[in-house]
Design a binder for this molecule. Structure first.
Ligand SMILES: Nc1ncnc2c1ncn2[C@@H]1O[C@H](COP(=O)(O)OP(=O)(O)OP(=O)(O)O)[C@@H](O)[C@H]1O
Ligand SMILES: [Mg+2]
Length: 468
């Protein structure tokens, strides 16, 4: 096809034309037929097929009943069909997909994604999702998914949608899933109740519900073996998200809570009675507590060595250790050598805690490399970015490159507290609104958790002592 070589179809009179370096390609008659006739016809195939089928049906019925009775019959059938919501939705879906497929083909062409032999990334299938549409795209030979991702903004502008996100298939580089985002279903939503708000006793070994996704499903996290980094602007909902995890841990009497609250203890005040260690912004005390947690981790490693196991499991009877740090920057941003020691201890807990049943959850309102260095972030299995002011801040939490692919927490509206992107290692960020725990919910859960912890004799037979 000669199309990609065309220079300027109609030069604009009042602008200096740029020097033409390539001669305008001369198209053959066949090429013109393809570009001007066959291609538009093919892109309108669904509509043409519908008109043809209806026309044939009209002709068949009209030959028996005559035109007037056929018109009456057609009106009757249409009004009957229009009554069925399912049928209406199906018809709308068929035309919507046909239109989007057509728009996609033009959008990728305008975005300069046609290959040298004039093939474009093809929308193979389209599925409606709560935020818009999910398109399975196959890139042509000679192209790749990264090129489509690079032009996502141009495609989004052509389609006049909020965002276009491109995720390459893990198994097949030829395929991508493209999310065409038209609205944010989580925006303006009421607070989401935590499903376990009235639970008597829980287990941190289970998947913990932490929020709802765009499609209304529960978003869960499985914490044993994974740590979590949380970041976002002040008021984004970080402490509330941490509270959901701490609440689960508090209602599991086998879990020991190590709480470090850089905000002078106000965020975790409710959990003081359940905490094994509770630290405010005192850096020296925080280092001592992390050191103690590290000793516990070492003891667990000795237990694993003695018993010939590779990781702590539920059946071992060793509870999990949950270390939660709210406002990392308070401990890490100080220009003191103690901050380095704190950073080293935290990194060690995250790196080696996985097998020993030590989980670290750390939050910061300053998602920058000095607070969450890549070396620490990359060890965290879960990353949760609430609203961020820059794509760099969002990437500091989620990982390099997600913002440019369309997953940026800058897109979250400042009014939408608790909305963010939750990423599990190896997956794609999921748009989530966190479950909300009000002060009274927290007070009631903390009260139950304290009673539970008082009632249960913790670590009756401590496997660590038994093995030594
Ligand atoms: N999931 C949620 N649903 C509804 N409202 C929420 C949610 N999360 C937080 N909020 C609201 O936002 C306010 C701030 O939340 P939170 O204290 O968790 O933010 P933060 O990110 O920890 O802020 P800071 O950085 O200042 O500590 C809460 O008081 C609450 O009113
Ligand atoms: Mg907070």
């Amino acid at each position: 096809m000669a199309e990609p070589q065309r220079v300027v179809a109609a030069p604009v009179l009042w602008q200096e034309p740029p020097p033409t370096l390539r001669p305008a390609a001369s198209e053959s008659r066949w090429q013109r037929v393809v570009v001007l006739v066959l291609r538009p016809l093919w892109s309108l195939r669904v509509e043409i097929a519908v008109v043809l089928v209806l026309g044939l049906m009209w002709a068949a019925v009209a030959s028996d009943l005559g035109v007037s009775w056929t018109a009456v019959f057609a009106v009757g059938c249409t009004s009957l069909g229009a009554r069925s919501a399912g049928l209406r939705r199906w018809v709308r879906g068929v035309f919507h997909r046909a239109r989007l497929r057509r728009q996609w083909m033009v959008a990728v062409r305008y975005a300069g994604l046609a290959t040298i032999n004039d093939r474009v990334p093809k929308a193979v299938s389209i599925r409606a999702v709560a935020a818009g549409d999910e398109v399975r795209v196959r890139v042509p030979a000679g192209s790749n998914v990264s090129l489509v991702a690079e032009r996502a903004e141009t495609i989004a502008a052509f389609l006049e949608v909020q965002d276009v996100r491109v995720a390459r298939d893990r198994d097949n580089a030829r395929w991508a899933t493209v999310s065409v985002v038209r609205c944010d279903p989580l925006s303006g939503q009421e607070a989401v109740a935590w499903p376990w708000v009235d639970a008597g006793q829980l287990s941190l070994w289970e998947a913990v519900p932490v929020g709802i996704t765009e499609s209304g499903e529960l978003a869960t996290v499985v914490l044993p073996g994974h740590s979590m980094a949380i970041g976002g602007e002040p008021g984004g909902g970080k402490s509330n998200a941490e509270s959901v995890i701490v609440a689960t841990a508090a209602l599991d009497p086998s879990v020991r809570l190590w709480l470090l609250d850089g905000k002078e203890g106000v965020e975790f005040a409710q959990w003081r009675g359940c905490a094994h260690r509770f630290v405010t912004s005192d850096l020296d005390e925080a280092i001592a507590v992390l050191g103690e947690a590290r000793d516990e981790m070492e003891a667990r490693y000795r237990y694993l060595l003695d018993t010939g196991k590779r990781k702590v499991e539920r059946e071992d009877g060793l509870g999990l250790e949950l270390v939660v740090v709210d406002e990392l920057a308070v401990y890490l941003a100080a220009e003191r050598k103690e901050s380095k020691e704190f950073a080293w201890l935290l990194r060690d807990l995250v790196a080696r805690g996985r097998a020993a049943g030590v989980i670290v959850v750390a939050a910061t309102q300053k998602p920058s490399a000095d607070v969450v260095p890549t070396s620490l972030r990359d060890l965290m299995g879960y990353r949760w970015a609430f609203r961020c002011s820059t794509p760099q801040a969002s990437d500091t939490i989620l990982g390099q490159g997600w913002a440019s692919q369309g997953w940026s927490a800058t897109a979250v509206d400042a009014a939408d507290r608790g909305v963010g992107y939750l990423l599990h290692e190896g997956g794609r960020p999921v748009h989530v609104k966190a479950c909300y725990l009000s002060d009274s919910d927290l007070a009631s859960i903390a009260c139950r958790a304290e009673a539970l912890r008082r009632g249960s004799v913790l670590r009756v037979v401590d496997p660590l002592e038994a093995s030594s």
